[in-house]
Every structure is written in C-alpha cells, then in structure tokens.
Design a protein around this ligand. Sequence first.
Ligand code: MG
Ligand code: MG
Ligand code: MG
Length: 305
Amino acid sequence: MKTYACGHINPDTDSVCSAIALAYLKTQIGEPCIPACQGGLSPESEFVLSTFGLEKPELKNDFSGENLYITDYSDLAQAPHNLKETNILGIVDHHKLGDITTSTPLECWIRPVGCTCTIVKEMFEHHKVEIPKNIAGAMMLAILSDTVLFKSPTCTKADTKAVKELAQIAGVEDFKALGMEMFLVKSAVKGATPRTLLLRDYKDFEMGGNKIGIGQLEVVDLKVFDDMKEALFADMKAYKAEGGRHTVMLLLTDIITEGSQFLVVSDDESKVESAFGKKLENHQMWVDGVLSRKKQVIPVMEKQF
Ligand code: MG
Ligand code: MG
Ligand code: MG
C-alpha cells in the first residue's frame, strides 16, 4: 500500500504545490508519501515548477487500494475515481466543507485562509521540519496565485506572512514581481482551445439538485478574450448539454481592474441575475470587485438554488 498526496481535478497551482509540499513533509516525518495530480498542469503551474526546478507530480486519478492525503478540496465532485476504495488518511484544505466522508478517523487541517499551501506551511512548523528552498518558492507562488497577489477577499494575514517567510527561505527578493510574471504566463490564452480554457480552472457544484459548473480565468487584461467569446460560448453550450448541467458559467477575471466578466449559459438566467442584482446582456455581465469564486460567487449562487 503506497501513500499519496493529491489535490482536486483540473489541478490549479495550489493543488499541485500543496501535494508536493505535503508529500515532502510526510516523507520527512517517516511516512513515505508520493505527490500526485489528477490532470495535466496549466501553463501557470508549469511555470511555477520550472522556476524552482521541481519535478511534475505523478499523473493519477484512481487511488483505490492506496492511502491518500487530500489537498485543496473536500467535495466528492472533485475527487478521484473509486474514492470509496481509497483509504483517506487526511484532508488539508481551505474551502467550504464538502461531502467527502471516511470510515476511519482522519487527520484534518481545514482553515479559512487564502491557500492550502499556507496551511501546509503551518504543518511544517508544527512538525519542526525545514522547508527546502525550491518547495518554499513553489508554495509562495501558489499562495500568490490563490490570493491573486493578495487582492482577493480570501487573503488573510496568515497568507501574507507565509509569503514573506517563504520568499526569504526561497531567496526571492521581489516576490511581487515574480507573482506578476506568473500572472502574465496565466494570461497567455492564445492558441488554447475553448475547452482547455473552460476547464483550466473549473468546478462542478451540486446546488439544490442542479449541476452548476463554474470556470474562472484570471488575466491581467480582458482584451485577450475579445475574438474568443463566440467560441467560448459555443463550447460552454456543448459542455452544458454533455453533462446535463443546469448552468455553466465562465468568469473572466481582470486582476488589474479587479472585477469579473460573467459568461453565462443557463436553463434559467434569471437565477444568476438575481444572485448578483444585475441584468445579463447577450448572456454576459460585468460584476465589479468579484475576484473570488469561493467567497463571492459560490455562496450567492447556492442561496439562489
Ligand atoms: Mg484549488
Ligand atoms: Mg487553493
Ligand atoms: Mg483559484
């Protein structure tokens, strides 16, 4: 029986880096653990790993018969196949509590902070294990990614403190500049298929018996989507039909002006309109100040459904 650490499907940088960091920590305290991810890496995550010379985690989406530490989610919809046949040893997460249950006691580190890597850093401190330079750098960028360079309402003092300390360990002088470089990589969407973009940071949610899918693309300038919206809408419609979804939304988030352009394909657009108190025009609306799906979108949508 092997032990793995792995984040959610459609892995983002936090899912990838928290699995790497947690697997390292567990291995150091005498519990050999392998980092894994449930899907291909985004250009942003590739940038983070190559900047700090880290290997890509093993690609794996079925852990049956193995031990598993879950990072960055606790929803069944984001879990690997055959989770019932997987021995879940622990959950480290910063989202709302999901619907994963276990048959044996487990280790749980769940905190309302901006990033799972912030919690993993606390775990290193708890176990008095030093964080290697390269892993510290990757954790630092994961926190900057999840908190949108500290601008997201999910960002806490624990996150800013963690970034400063990790930057010092990693020997990064200007972490803001490196964070901006990462967001520029994230903003390069040219050449990617609509499906790749829709699913790059996408999650399905169960809301009042309806399947609601919400994707998000964070960029430094929304102009990159100007010639792409029609193709994105066509693919969102197809994806909605394929999965029997009630709604598929894509948030095009401008991290500089701080707000999101919502693209909406829904059986009932009025639900989305009343959730945000705005009218959709051509299935689109701009909502000022919305940066966080977790804190500013999911809770208001759940209330509607
Ligand atoms: Mg995540
Ligand atoms: Mg996260
Ligand atoms: Mg995110």
